[in-house]
Structures are given as C-alpha cells and as structure tokens.
Design a protein around this ligand. Sequence first.
Ligand SMILES: O=P(O)(O)OC[C@H]1O[C@H](O)[C@H](O)[C@@H](O)[C@@H]1O
Length: 315
Amino acid sequence: MAASGSERVAVELCKGINGLDKVVLGEPRGASAEVYLYGGHVTSWKNDHGEELLFVSSKAIFKPPKAIRGGIPICFPQFGSHGSLEQHGFARNRFWSIDTDPPPFPTNSKSFIDLILKPSEEDMQKWPHSYEFRLRVALGPGGDLMLTSRIRNTNADGKPFTFTFAYHTYFSVSDISEVRVEGLETLDYLDNLQNKERFTEQGDALTFESEVDKIYLSTPTKIAILDHEKKRTFVLRKDGLPDAVVWNPWDKKAKTMADFGDDEYKHMLCVEAAAVEKPITLKPGEEWKGRLELSTVPSSYCSGQLDPQKVLQSS
Ligand SMILES: O=P(O)(O)OC[C@H]1O[C@H](O)[C@H](O)[C@@H](O)[C@@H]1O
C-alpha cells in the first residue's frame, strides 16, 4: 500500500475521531485525503498548501447510526426519500472493509485505497439483495480526488435489483452568497422543496440566497463551482452519474439539524454527482460503475471578468 523509495508513506491506516478506523492518503507534494471505514466516507481533502477543500460540520457526530455530516457520504441503494428505505439508503452508516484483493483496476495514482461493502443479514431484510460494492478513493499526482464505485449484483436467486445513488459532496466555500455554479443553467430539475415537481432553470449561473434542494437532470459531465472570495474554482467531473443534486439548507433548516451549526450553511455547498431520475438496474453478474473526479483551479473571478465557459471548456 505504501509508496516506495524516499517518498513519504502514501497510504496509512490509523484511528480517527471516537477511535473509528480511517485511512489517510498522501501525495509527495502535500495533498491529502482521509476516508473513514464507517460509511466509506471521505471526510477530508486538502490541497498541497494544506487547505481543507471539503466541509465537515463542527457538530458532526462520528458515531453510528448517524452518518457523518459533511465530506462525501455515499448514498446507496437509495438517494433521498426516492424509495421505501431510510433517507439516502444505508451504505453511509455501515462499516466498510479494506478490500485487500480487488479485481484489477487501472490507476495513475500511488495513493489510493480500495474499500468494500457487502450486505449483512440485517441489511438483507431491508433490501433483499446480494451485492459487492467496491469503492476506490485515490489522490492523483496533482492532488485531484477520484472516487470510483463499482457495484455488482451477486444475487444467487437470478433476481435483478434497482438502486439510486449519489456522492453527496459537501464543498467548503468562503461565503455561499458569493458562490456561482456553472454548468447547470437552462437544465430541467426536480425541486425537492416543491414536491419533486419538474421545472426548467432559467438564465445564468446558479447563485444562492435561500434554501435550495434541486435535482438537476441529464447534466454535463463537468460542473464548476466558483468561489469568488477564495479565488478558487472546484471542477467536478463525473461519469455514469447523469444527475446533479444541489443542496444548501440555509438558516431555518440549519437550526433544525442537530449535527449542523446554525451559521455553517454559509460555508458549505453540496453539489452531488448522482443517478436518481433513472434508477440503475443490474442483473446478476452485472456491474455498474460511477466515477467522480474533483480538482481545483485558481480563478481570478470577479463579476463579469471570467467567462464561465472557459472554465467549463478547459480540460
Ligand atoms: O440530512 P441528510 O439525510 O444527510 O440529507 C441532507 C440532504 O441531502 C440531499 O441533498 C437531499 O436532496 C436533501 O433533501 C437532504 O436534506
């Protein structure tokens, strides 16, 4: 697991909050990431200046059965309340294992970890399906964070299963009122605040001035989050995940959440690569793959100065 030669150890298993197991990934230039086995949950992603790029609430509860508030919860086999299971399914509050012998999977990263989740007997009562969910979390040479999920139907009874999915990423932003999201304008969305009714986004880039909880449909593979104050742009690239959920609870909802500070909504934004509108069906033996790649680029964004298309078009 560790990088060879004089490079610093790239992968380390240690104890996190409340003694929970976590894996720390490191890159020689200084970028890092942390993944808790509880939830298969990425809780930290830092650039090579040591700046945290993900939001985790100061009130997050690192204790089952509550999922960790922040980072990148995995929503599986159900996103939100789109089905009969608990909100966002159960993968985010199960204990995952380190996959010591994953099927071959190419990577350009030396710093990665493979995790696996299989159903317990109790899970099978809620969702009567056998599966292997393999999650690879990797740090690229430039500090990019890459998550790949491979979900395989291992049912022995010949039955297919259907699921919805999201990487529920909480980005850390300096001030939500100064943030713009590029790539979702003019798209259709389902509004969770209006009985999941379908609307079409009008006009320019998304900006934020109140609670938002929307599922954008058939989104491009690349979405950009421009943080005016930090002069930083997050670039999110995704594959196999057609939808994108945008969520910020704003002040009123924040106050109702025990594991979220009253003012923390100002410093986070969830943009979640997802497959919700068209659930995925797998027959026994079939595998689905969903990939998310996060990177940052410096932006000298100042209203009207930067053409958002340039951010989206540059690779
Ligand atoms: O509080 P949680 O179960 O973690 O859900 C937090 C949020 O997740 C998603 O973004 C959903 O679209 C929201 O409706 C939900 O409020």
